[in-house]
Design a protein around this ligand. Structure first.
Ligand code: KG4
Ligand code: ZN
Length: 351
């Protein structure tokens, strides 16, 4: 079955065609970064307007790249939550229009849930075992809007174990990058800069939130970096402006603390699930920050030292994309979980 996925939750207009929930036949992403750069962040009104202009060319391109016709499709899937409401509405309206006119099933997918599925997608899925064989799994979502851990029992069943109580990790990356004058989007630029830095130059706080908590907190880390760069409130004299090496050292040290916080909570979650008699066999990961070079290395080390199979999305599927929407939708179709024309966009995740 070929499913067309549509994704427009934030500032990426995306469409993809995925076969049987595994094989990515096309993955088209029109990024709007250049439209938002001068504002230092995503402007919702500009994002919605750009989605309206781009959605149909992006869908056409996804079909052409997949060498598919509209009549080859078996369902239309759309990320309908969470996200910017005006942005989501564009994708939802486009998906409904396609499903209605083609008389195809419409499937609404949670964007966060779809990120967790992205590690199952490949160009050539025949070499990989079926996703169902990878459960139970521990799931980690690290994106610009979310940072959370899940206990996943199947592709469709999951329970949240913990999440951030303040900033998402990607948000912390973006704010620290802005502080260092790296521009928008900051995460990838900070990642690149950190390569030239000494990750032991500064010791930034790692938020544990008590002994048991599986929640995250990144605002203290962010504030600590702010004070290191700009000085404490009332500090006199203020710290000297940073040179390139100084910025790289801050970037590398921040990144060490941020990634260590993720690994700490993964370790706790694994212990908790083991104590509860449901140890996972797999670590599912997804979200824009899984593109981070340090996190990728540390996740691989963590998984291998705990005997977990690691599902790390290929780089083009780390950031927001529609292949993950179409991939997860396949499982909803198989379970008969369809939506109708009342499908609504929601700013929050259902997870
Ligand atoms: O999943 P995503 O594309 O959008 C959301 O659903 O939020 O994630 C975007 C986030 C941004 O905060 C971006 O700065 C961050 O992912 N990001 C990175 C890297 N690439 C993207 N953060 C750190 N290192 C990277 N290489
Ligand atoms: Zn996302």
């Amino acid at each position: 079955m070929l499913i067309l996925g549509v994704e427009s939750s934030c500032d990426e207009t995306a469409a993809a065609v995925v076969e049987d929930g595994r094989r990515v036949l096309s993955n088209v992403i029109a990024s709007q970064h250049e439209l938002h750069e001068e504002y230092g962040g995503v402007v919702p009104e500009i994002a919605s307007r750009a989605h309206v202009e781009r959605i149909l060319p992006v869908v056409r391109r996804a079909l052409a790249d997949a060498r598919a016709e509209l009549t080859d499709l078996g369902a239309i899937a759309v990320g309908h939550r969470p996200g910017l409401i005006g942005s989501l509405l564009v994708g939802v309206a486009a998906a409904k229009a396609l499903a209605w006119t083609l008389e195809l099933p419409l499937v609404g997918v949670d964007h966060i849930h779809a990120h967790l599925y992205s590690g199952f997608l490949h160009d050539n899925a025949s070499v990989e075992p079926a996703p169902e064989e990878s459960f139970p799994a521990l799931g980690l979502v690290v994106s610009g809007g979310h940072t959370a851990l899940y206990h996943c029992r199947s592709p469709l069943e999951l329970a949240r174990l913990g999440s951030t109580i303040d900033d998402a990790i990607g948000e912390a990356y973006d704010k620290v990058a802005a502080l260092l004058g790296l521009g928008h989007p900051g995460g990838p630029r900070l990642d690149a800069l950190a390569r030239a830095g000494n990750d032991r130059a500064h010791t930034f706080p790692l938020s544990r939130l008590g002994r048991e908590s599986l929640d995250f907190s990144f605002s203290g880390l962010k504030t600590s970096v702010l004070y290191r760069v700009k000085g404490f409130p009332g500090q006199s004299p203020a710290p000297a402006p940073l040179d390139e090496q100084g910025k790289a050292d801050i970037a590398a040290s921040f990144q060490r603390a941020a990634v260590d916080a993720i690994i700490l909570k993964l370790t706790r979650a694994l212990e908790r699930l083991g104590d509860e008699g449901s140890p996972p066999s797999t670590l599912l990961t997804g979200g824009g920050v899984t593109a981070n070079s340090r996190l990728r290395v540390e996740l691989a080390r963590f998984a291998s030292s705990h005997g977990l199979e690691l599902k790390l999305p290929p780089m083009p599927l780390c950031m927001d994309n529609a292949a993950m929407i179409a991939g997860l939708a396949f499982h909803r179709v198989r379970a008969g979980l369809f939506d109708d024309m009342t499908l609504a966009a929601h700013p929050n995740s259902a997870l």
